[in-house]
Design a protein around this ligand. Sequence first.
Ligand code: HEC
Length: 170
Amino acid sequence: MRAYLITAAAVVVSIAGSMAVAEEERIAFPAGYASKFTNYLSSDRVQNPDQTIRLFANDIAMSGAKNGKSLPEGSVLVGEIYAAKKDAEGKVIVSSLGRRVSDKLVAVAVMEKRAGWGQSLPEELRNGDWDFAIFSPKGEKLDKDINACRSCHAPLTSTDHLFSIEHIAP
Ligand code: HEC
């Protein structure tokens, strides 16, 4: 009976542990990123036809990138996600440059890399030691499924799980 109770307690502890990972408690909002980080790319979003994105990287990422292959521990990347401007019929406006026009900032997506962060995750959700978080423009954590972030970036093993690494380290 005693052994059974100890096992049950161990199971509860390990479930609590994986929930903490799922809730991505470990990434704090990178306050002040807009002035402290480098805005390395601004673009229409590739997979979201009515959004644009502005990408920022901290100094560790900017100075430590290795030939477009990987970024060092301590790197923080921010994606400011904007709704694209629409006309009266709700169609996305395209500028004379053929690009969308940023309207409202809707969310702030963050990736941060710290030693050991990937260890507890299964292969299909592991992004090296990167992890993900998403915040409101004011810095409140949004209640989104972080595993969706992980599984879309996970297959990019040759670019350190990043879509835009060539723009950080040309
Ligand atoms: C279905 C695929 C997909 C999902 C899901 C996804 N991303 Fe991305 N992510 C992209 C693509 C594509 C880019 C390149 C820029 C763009 O078009 O938005 C990107 C770029 C980024 C970047 C800039 C670094 C890089 O990889 O270029 C960050 C930071 C980021 N995403 C965070 C997140 C977070 C946080 C989530 C979950 C809330 C998330 N992503 C979910 C596809 C995805």
